[in-house]
Design a protein around this ligand. Structure first.
Ligand code: MGD
Ligand code: MGD
Ligand code: MO
Length: 673
């Protein structure tokens, strides 16, 4: 039923207020998305903590890169998708791409990999399917889903056995090698071959290709990360980089290929359950004091960390009675989606802001139509850690408002008149101050600099000259992290000459934090002198292989993995409305090997039922040799009968709380018409 903005906003404020009065602040939940601009993600986090006073906020990025983020923080002290610009990729010697189908999911990036090969570098792709990306590779390994951890350990075992460890680097730049070494030694190549299905000669060839050139990179995406052991798995790949001296050196390193439009910035400024802006920790007293001061509130009034995304959705209707949701469509994209849909329906009150009427919005009490990316201005941060400005390009339709206006209006209705501006640049100015001194320090970045410099790489502190020259010392606390991450910029940034840095350091205006503008050049390349840990050394993590949460058995003998196709985006809420895209990818399918199809008696296009302990989905068979015979693949872009997430397992990684989208046990049934 159509309503005026005032009616709709009043109704939301009333719904949230009523829940709070009856159940306390944690009775209200907030769910965000990695498609929101930095300004929106920041404001949403602030709104939850300051206006609602709830700890119950998380976002869809938890389903995306959280395992890589957790592993990066453990090993390097910092999480930024790539520690180097994309333009470094063509110049390295070898890239191992683990579980990324970037030919379909990041097509513009493909050119960097083509250039890599033109320059004589090699590409290794690790994917249970021979994807469009794998077809480009010099070597394709097709492990059983959920076994990347064992694979990385087997490679490290061979690195040790073949005497390829960079002992000097390990000595000088890392800690924890002995334990990691012992763990890898327990993973014999033959044992790893049995677990993964990747042969010992293939393992040896991988080690040779990775170790022989002077530089090499490992890049992971959702394949190894969306596992209930995703953090350990990424940790094992980082160990491989560290043992071979391939991190924190020119043209070498580990990186994570970030997903959504603002997958990087969306995970830095406080819509995560345990986070404050600038990638600060909500349970760090110094961080609370700093951010509370910027927000003009008492640090003790800030709630503590809340539940992770799946746990939050799972608590709807029981502990959490009202939900404000922005920029996600969990009815299609959450694991064990039928259950999540039930939980959403059990809410007392649901408000959704979206640009389309998604399947989740269709369940809401109030739906607010908001502007989308081309209709508004704001910053995003790409996988390189480069902060970009996206300017409004078209005028929004009549009657449509931005998420920022919604939060401003709701804050006012809930009694907070100040602190929720609607102008993105004004919010960015506040974000700069809130992030100052944090790991993701934006304080030296302005809209103007972003435009003039074609983006600015964080960390970019607005520090005094001493900070730039590395005089800032001391261990522990956000200050040390800033100096750890910020210092390399002057000495290592390939684009800033030593004279330039010295000139900046001597510039008297540089010591004024906000006005000077060009104090710090930004940090395109991280870790070249030191890692962002208190002692500057990277941490090996001792990890061992473990099984996926749900191994196939007699009843559910096949593995299901899930992912994407080029013509549809995520839950499909946006792309399923575009005729050209629907023509290219009209609906769900089950990709399976001819042997499996024969056993089932299914021909190409026949409907196949895929059944797991969570539910059942039916979609046409797509028969191909490009997938392992023990595995079926479904894209997750569709609701209804072919919804892949009716099947997936919400088993969570203990550290990142990432669900196991990439492996669960299923059985197949032929469907007779
Ligand atoms: N067209 C399109 N582009 C997108 C998106 C989209 O929906 N559509 N989504 C965006 C977002 S948010 C993200 S996060 C990125 C995701 O980008 P990708 O990570 O490239 O996407 P996926 O298809 O989820 O997974 C990549 C590959 O992992 C493989 N895989 C499955 N299980 C395993 C395993 O156990 N181990 C390994 N090594 N590989 C495995 C799959 O076969 C798949 O080919 O794409 C972004 N770009
Ligand atoms: N089985 C399986 N499930 C998965 C995955 C998988 O690989 N396999 N991948 C997971 C991953 S990596 C991700 S990122 C999630 C993504 O899954 P979702 O979070 O559902 O992502 P989208 O479909 O992009 O939903 C975003 C919604 O926000 C709306 N929107 C866009 N811009 C704005 C805005 O500025 N403001 C507001 N208010 N709304 C906006 C869009 O119209 C859309 O309805 O799915 C996860 N689910
Ligand atoms: Mo994602």
């Amino acid at each position: 039923m159509p309503a005026s903005w005032d009616e709709a906003l009043d109704r939301i404020a009333e719904g949230l207020r009523r829940t709070r009065a009856e159940y306390g602040p944690d009775g209200v939940g907030v769910f965000g998305g990695g498609g929101l601009t930095n300004e929106k993600a920041y404001t949403l986090g602030k709104f939850a903590r300051v206006v609602l006073g709830t700890s119950q906020i998380d976002y869809n990025g938890r389903f995306c890169m959280s395992s890589a983020a957790a592993a990066g923080i453990k090993a390097f002290g910092l999480d930024r998708g790539l520690p180097f610009p994309l333009e470094d990729i063509p110049k390295t010697g070898c890239v191992i791409l683990v579980g990324s189908n970037l030919a379909e999911t990041m097509p513009p990036s493909l050119r960097f990999f083509n250039e890599l090969k033109e320059n004589g570098g090699t590409l290794i792709v690790i994917d249970p399917r021979r994807t469009k990306t794998a077809e480009q590779a010099d070597l394709h390994l097709a492990p059983r889903p959920g076994t990347d951890l064992a694979l990385a350990l087997g490679l490290l075992h061979l690195v040790i056995a073949e005497g390829r460890v960079d002992e000097e680097y390990v000595q000088e730049r890392t800690v924890g090698w002995e334990d990691a070494r012992a763990a890898a030694m327990a993973h014999w190549p033959e044992y790893v071959e049995r677990i993964t299905g990747v042969s010992v000669p293939e393992l040896r060839e991988t080690v040779r290709m990775f170790c022989e050139p002077e530089s090499a990179m490992v890049l992971t995406a959702r394949g190894p990360e969306q596992q209930s052991k995703g953090t350990d798995t990424v940790g094992a790949w980082i160990n491989l980089c560290l043992a071979t001296g391939r991190a924190g050196r020119p043209l070498s390193g580990y990186g994570c290929l970030t997903g959504q439009g603002n997958g990087q910035g969306g995970r830095e400024h406080g819509q995560k359950a345990d986070q404050l802006p600038g990638y600060r920790k909500l349970d760090d007293p110094a961080a609370r004091r700093h951010v509370a001061e910027v927000w003009g509130v008492d640090p003790d009034s800030l709630p503590g960390p809340g539940r992770s995304a799946y746990e939050l959705l799972d608590a709807l209707g029981t502990d959490i009675k009202s939900l404000l949701l922005m920029a996600s469509n969990p009815v299609v994209s959450a694991p064990r989606a039928a259950h999540v849909e039930e939980r959403i329906k059990a809410l007392d009150f649901l408000a959704v802001c979206d640009v389309v009427l998604s399947e989740t919005a269709a369940l809401a009490d109030v739906v607010l139509p908001v502007t989308q990316w081309a209709e508004e201005t704001g910053t995003t941060t790409n996988l390189e850690g480069r902060v970009l400005l996206r300017r409004q390009a078209v005028t929004p339709p009549d009657g449509v408002r931005s998420d920022l206006e919604v939060l401003h209006e709701l804050a006012a209705r809930l009694g907070v008149e100040k602190g929720f501006p609607t102008d993105p640049e004004e919010i960015f100015e506040e974000l700069r101050r809130a992030s100052a001194g944090g790991p993701a320090d934006y304080s030296g970045i302005t809209y103007r600099r972003i435009v003039e410099e074609n983006g600015v790489f964080w960390p970019c502190p607005a520090v005094e000259p001493e900070g730039l020259t590395g005089a800032e010392g001391g261990a522990g606390g956000p200050g040390a992290q800033r100096s750890a991450a910020g210092r390399p910029a002057s000495t290592q940034d390939a684009t800033a000459s030593a004279e330039e840095s010295a000139a900046r350091a001597e510039d008297p205006t540089a010591s004024t934090v906000d006005t000077a503008g060009r104090v710090h050049p930004g940090t395109p390349r991280l870790f070249l002198d030191r890692f962002a840990t208190p002692d500057g050394r990277a941490r090996f993590v001792p990890v061992s292989h473990r099984a996926i949460a749900e191994e196939p058995d007699d009843e559910y003998p096949v593995l299901l993995t899930t992912g994407r196709v080029v013509a549809q985006y995520q839950s499909g809420a946006q792309t399923r409305r575009v005729a050209e895209l629907n023509a290219a990818a009209p609906g769900p399918f089950v990709e399976l090997h001819p042997r499996l199809a024969a056993r089932l008696g299914a021909a190409e296009g026949d409907p196949v039922a895929v059944v797991s302990r969570r539910g059942r989905a039916v979609a046409p068979a797509r028969i191909t040799n490009a997938i392992r015979p023990d595995t079926v693949f479904m894209p997750f872009h569709w609701p209804g009968e072919g919804r892949a997430n009716s099947l997936t397992n919400p088993a969570l990684d203990p550290t990142s709380r990432m669900p196991e989208f990439k492996a669960c046990a299923v059985r197949l049934e032929a469907v007779r018409p």
